[in-house]
Design a binder for this molecule. Structure first.
Ligand code: ZN
Length: 470
């Protein structure tokens, strides 16, 4: 009896105490526990044995595990001991369905490649169904390689947005505006009507930022470019475009408009902090200071520029002058993949060999270009690009036990020069796990492969060429 009273007393004393303890532990959706966190925050903190708490798709705490773990309970826990945790990678420029043209025509210059192969192949094959199959293939490849945000320009962008949202991937997605009839719209009026509907449908979505994408200053007239800028001013939609990709584009612009592409766009009042400009290989004179002054985001695509021999963009100079620069793959037809790890490795090495200076573009800078600087170039630095409280929970968990990473001395060197896309193990986007231990959770890989292979046969027939041996 005395024993029972003692138990009751202990229970009465203990229960309010344990309730208090439970109440002080904040309930969140997910906890990442353990591992080395590469935050990419303002001071570039790297935390050994860290932890991240995620609620409603956003990071609510990041710090040492010993501080975070006692304060939170979560329905879902991801133990990342021994792994590296980084922000998701940002592919600043691509045309995602073009994965279906991967390897269709290689080793040509841009004009020949575009006019003889890509434009005819697109004219004969691009339908909404084609775009959906290509988007799913590209999205699967991007998730596997740790890309959590991509910036796109293509046709039927509404269907791409639908596939992207279903896959749980973040996208700045631009519907193409171009001055000749294309797969989804035959006239500028049709294109502008499409983009109006597209932007109003997706605006405010958690994952999708709808954008307008005038192809380039040489394929869209001045009047139409002015209308694009007015549309962006009215709706807040970003403008995705190609600027100054080749020497020929520069020479033609000087001849026809009396100015470089950047100076011409500045003259017509097109440039501002909503513009995301791919390539920028040939800026002239005061172009770089114009880009800085207007807050234009520039996306560098080293592998595509190398493959098409477009030239080498002056990235070190743009960085020194404070231009927002990010990194992209461009479409897979000119790369030929959507692999940001290769792009980081290439950007660091290309600028060393081009300048003859091995200190140019350090490993840390290359990793910045694919994360926080990429976010700045997409004008999304308040939302993504680093692991900080308040930002979206776009997080990679990377295996560091693979042979190619052993032994490890410097985290940025390891990430940029040694880590492979296949080392990415688990991917979270907006707090949702889209790949766990290398298994895709939002896409069916077997179906994607079958559908893409079926389209290959159709593309070959449409071009009237015999099927090459595989
Ligand atoms: Zn492009």
């Amino acid at each position: 009896m005395r024993l029972l009273i003692l138990f009751v007393l202990i229970a009465m004393l203990a229960s309010p105490l344990s309730n208090v303890a439970a109440q002080t532990r904040r309930q969140v959706d997910l906890l990442v526990l353990g591992g080395t966190i590469v935050t990419m925050d303002g001071t570039r903190r790297v935390l050994d044995d860290g932890a991240i708490a995620v609620a409603n798709g956003r990071i609510v705490a990041v710090g040492p595990r010993a501080e975070i773990e006692p304060g939170y309970t979560a329905r879902q826990k991801v133990v990342a001991t021994g792994k590296v945790i980084t922000p998701g990678l940002i592919n600043g420029h691509t045309h995602v369905p073009m994965v279906l043209f991967r390897g269709l025509a290689d080793d040509l210059d841009l004009q020949e490649w575009l006019t003889k192969y890509i434009f005819p192949a697109e004219a004969k094959n691009v339908t909404e169904d084609f775009v959906r199959v290509g988007a799913r293939l590209g999205l699967a490849e991007m998730i596997r390689g740790g890309t959590t945000t991509y910036c796109d320009m293509y046709y039927f962008e509404d269907a791409i947005a639908d596939e992207t949202a279903k896959a749980g991937v973040r996208g700045v997605l631009g519907e193409t505006i171009i001055d000749f009839p294309v797969a989804d719209n035959k006239t500028n009026a049709e294109g502008m009507a499409y983009v109006e509907k597209f932007v109003s449908r997706w605006k405010g979505h958690d994952l999708i930022v709808p954008a307008i994408a005038p192809h380039a200053p040489y394929t869209v007239s001045e009047a139409h470019l002015r209308a694009v800028r007015a549309f962006s001013d009215r709706t807040g939609a970003p403008i995705v475009t190609h600027i100054s990709e080749t020497k020929r584009e520069l020479d033609d612009s000087v001849k026809d408009k009396g100015a470089s592409p950047v100076a011409y766009l500045e003259r017509i009042g097109f440039l501002n902090d909503h513009v995301i400009a791919a390539h920028m290989v040939w800026p002239q004179g005061t172009d770089i200071s114009i880009l800085k002054r207007r807050g234009v985001g520039v996306i560098h695509n080293p592998q595509s520029n190398m493959k098409l021999a477009a030239g080498v963009a002056p990235v070190p100079k743009m960085l020194t002058e404070g231009v927002f620069v990010g990194l992209g793959t461009d479409g897979a037809a000119s790369n030929n993949d959507l692999n940001m790890w290769e792009e980081m490795d290439t950007v660091a090495k290309l600028h060393k060999v081009f300048s003859g200076e091995p200190k140019v573009i350090s490993a840390q800078q290359a990793f910045e270009l694919a994360t926080i600087r990429g976010a700045q170039a997409l004008h999304l630095e308040k939302e993504i690009g680093s692991l900080e409280v308040g930002k979206r929970a776009d997080i990679l968990i990377i295996d560091r036990d693979t042979l190619n990473q052993i032994p490890l001395y410097n985290i940025y060197s390891d990430l940029v020069y040694a880590t492979k896309a296949s080392d990415v193990e688990t991917v979270l986007i907006n707090g949702r796990i889209v790949m766990r231990n290398r298994r895709l959770l939002t896409l069916n890989e077997a179906t994607i492969k079958t559908e893409a292979r079926a389209l290959r046969d159709k593309i070959i027939k449409s071009l009237g060429v015999s099927a090459p041996s595989q």
